[in-house]
Design a protein around this ligand. Structure first.
Ligand SMILES: Cc1ncc(COP(=O)(O)O)c(C=O)c1O
Length: 444
């Protein structure tokens, strides 16, 4: 995307507990000792999480609480960052865990590596608790694309077997099936649904009508990439299971945005990327695999343990050496999210997205693709500005307003905004103001 990038990234914002000068000072060459001294950064991380827990339990007023949470991020103060849907910012404890983990590996590789290996079990347990699953149902991946590929690649399907997707799948959820089609003759159908959707039944009916005796898998996004529609995956799973059809969910966006519960959702497989909305570092993901459905899937990567069925989903993530600091930092990300509260995050995300939708709806010349129905919308909002190219809109919002959103196409020429808990009402209004200005003055 031809967005003019500065040669260097924006400056980090002031982290609570560390002054901007101090923070930049520690990053400067030759003076990194404070930040890179393991004990110091671990203490910072603990203090950060504790301060959020304290604010929550003391029931700080809503806006004060969110300002404090925002203070635990390093996002540049001039930036309204509204693209967690591609890559979310790490909060301070996560950043420190990454730095600290690599510092320790650089200093004492052997013993530290042995320590970091144990982070795999710890992370598996914490992820399982985070999404209400059993540890034996969680495979550690590197992202959603890898998880989707593990399932598509690992299922024994024959020529003529059918996989049902929606017409708004991300390539990371669709292309693994395209390999299956080319290699094994599997039929992949991409079913359309109304955009914006106004009733989950409209979507369910499309899938129900498309099911035939050769349907083996329903593979859909929880939140669609181009417009942010929350597909009714619980109902789809309920439709599929009695018919012997497996459900695979591309859940790239939902973790960290919505309060997830794998038991309640009922899907067989769920792939996700906690580095988008859950504050994890890029490079760690997970794949939920319902225990009863695991024997349908062959592992794709293999090392010792791949054939030990009793270990559960662990046998699907036998990657040998892993980036331990990223695993440790993902644990910190989950702790940070838990300190805020998963339900509270979902409420905040929904409130900011509602504000954005309500304001966009009032603007003549804006076509909104997000649904009005709470169960069909979330923190991703897709829209189009009549007569304006999406790439120019994204570019202009950045240059004029320091608002960072993204574009997607899918024949809709869409601008897509992510509203996460660290965004503010002022930032939502700044985006809306920028849109008014584009409609009045153009994008040049
Ligand atoms: C719905 C959806 N699925 C999958 C992906 C790919 O995610 P990852 O790069 O983490 O594999 C994305 C990325 O934005 C996405 O929006």
């Amino acid at each position: 995307m031809p967005i003019p990038l500065r040669e260097t990234a924006l400056e980090p914002g002031t982290a609570a507990g560390v002054s901007r000068r101090q923070f930049l000072g520690t990053l400067a060459a030759g003076s990194a000792a404070a930040l890179l001294a393991g004990g110091a950064s671990r203490a910072e991380a603990r203090a950060s999480i504790a301060s959020i827990e304290e604010a929550r339990t003391e029931a700080a007023p809503e806006e004060e609480f969110w300002a404090q949470v925002r203070g635990e991020f390093l996002i540049s103060e001039e930036l309204a960052y509204m693209n967690s849907g591609t890559l979310g910012p790490m909060p301070k404890p996560v950043f420190y865990a990454v730095v600290d983990g690599y510092r320790a590996l650089a200093a004492d590789p052997g013993r530290e590596n042995a320590r970091q290996v144990t982070a795999q079990d710890d992370l598996r347990e914490k992820l399982a608790a985070f999404v209400n699953a059993a540890p034996g149902e969680v495979a550690l991946t590197r992202n959603t694309t890898e998880g989707m590929s593990f399932i598509a690649n690992g299922l024994d399907l024959k020529a003529g077997d059918q996989v049902l997707c929606s017409f708004h799948e991300h390539p990371g959820g669709l292309e693994p099936w395209k390999i299956k089609a080319k290699r094994h003759g599997v039929v992949v159908r991409e079913l359309p649904f109304p955009v914006p959707a106004s009733d989950p039944a409209e979507i369910l009916n499309r899938f129900e009508d498309a099911i035939n005796p050769r349907t083996r898998v329903i593979s859909v996004s929880h939140v669609t990439f181009p417009t942010g529609c929350m597909l009714p995956v619980r109902e789809l799973a309920a439709l599929a299971r009695p018919r012997g059809i497996l459900t695979l969910v591309d859940g790239a966006h939902a973790i960290g945005m919505m309060d997830l519960d794998m038991q309640a959702l009922g899907a067989d497989f769920y792939a996700s990327s906690p580095y988008k909305w859950a504050g994890a570092p890029v490079g760690t993901g997970f794949l939920y695999m319902r225990r009863e459905s695991q024997d349908r899937v062959w592992p794709t990567v293999a090392s010792t343990g791949w054939d030990e069925e009793e270990t559960g989903a662990m046998r699907y993530d036998r990657l040998s050496q892993r980036a331990g600091p990223l695993l440790l930092a993902t644990i910190a990300a989950l702790e940070f999210q838990n300190a805020i509260g998963r339900g509270r995050i979902e409420q905040r995300v929904r409130a900011l997205a509602t504000r954005l939708r309500e304001r966009l709806r009032e603007i003549p010349g804006v076509t909104l693709y997000a649904s009005d129905r709470p169960e069909l919308c979330c923190g991703l909002t897709g829209f189009t500005l009549e007569g304006h190219d999406r790439i120019e809109v994204v570019d202009t919002l950045w240059r004029r307003n320091r608002v960072w959103v993204r574009e997607t196409d899918y024949g809709l020429n869409t601008v897509r905004a992510s509203t996460h808990h660290y965004n503010t009402e002022e930032q939502v209004d700044r985006l809306v103001e920028g849109i008014h200005q584009i409609l009045k003055e153009g994008t040049t």
